[in-house]
Ligand binder design. Sequence first.
Ligand SMILES: NC(=O)c1ccc[n+]([C@@H]2O[C@H](COP(=O)([O-])OP(=O)(O)OC[C@H]3O[C@@H](n4cnc5c(N)ncnc54)[C@H](OP(=O)(O)O)[C@@H]3O)[C@@H](O)[C@H]2O)c1
Length: 270
Amino acid sequence: MHSYRGTTTLVTGASRGLGTAYATELARRGSDLVLVARSAPALDELATRIRAAHDVTVTTRAVDLTDRDQVAALVHDLDPASAPVDLLVNNAGMGPAGPFLDRPFEPHQTAVDLNVSALMALTYGFGTPMAARGSGGIINVASTAAFQPMPYQASYAATKAFVLSFTEAVAEELRGTGVRVMAAHPGGTDTAFFEGTTHTMDRRFVDSPDDVARRTLDDFARGRSASYPGQRLNQVASWLPRILPRTATTRITGKLNRTLGLDAARALTA
Ligand SMILES: NC(=O)c1ccc[n+]([C@@H]2O[C@H](COP(=O)([O-])OP(=O)(O)OC[C@H]3O[C@@H](n4cnc5c(N)ncnc54)[C@H](OP(=O)(O)O)[C@@H]3O)[C@@H](O)[C@H]2O)c1
């Protein structure tokens, strides 16, 4: 069983939602924290709350992870000799919704920059010193969206498919080295994920971020290579695309997303 006590964990996207839940649960389990997101005030507020409740060290870094120079500076500044990161939680992510060609392009590019490029760069940047010292861990937050193409969330699901494939491959490369890599696949979770769009989640079918964080960290501690930290149905649904033809899967997902109104979703500012 992996113990989090006395370790240092870097959590991206810690300023709200699942990232805040991961940070809070890690602090409860005794891990020091490096909290990363763009919003410095939200990170500072969370750090103050955690320090008041738990005997852990918390530092914050306001970083735009879509900016490659800022990502490189983050990796560079956390010197593995003096301030090693034992666990990296690549949680920051965003997902545009709506018909791909009918909506502005920029959010799709941002999703790739954040969900794919930053996650890969941080895995490389913090994973390399972990491999050199033969210990450490990486949790990449993917999604149930990783398992099939998703019309009206086309770029989002594709970025998460990357996270799934990439994480499984790197986990296998590192098997037996002392560095463990796990993908987490939450389903709908009660966060501000769709904030800034016309779409809202149906709260009857979502999990709480606190439950998702707790189950993810339990699964990692148990040595799992994949975590399905939400409702049981999420894992079952991830099996269907492995059985059905891809065209059938894509049509079913498209129909489901139309039923949920994602075909009409748009950014509030667009
Ligand atoms: N909620 C769900 O239903 C759900 C389901 C499956 C998987 N997930 C995944 O879970 C992860 C967390 O999602 P969430 O629901 O907690 O979303 P959220 O509430 O929207 O939070 C996203 C976090 O990412 C940070 N972030 C966004 N852009 C950033 C950037 N350019 N640089 C640095 N940080 C950035 C945000 O902080 P700032 O704005 O302060 O930068 C925020 O802390 C994502 O990877 C998401 O794909 C979510």
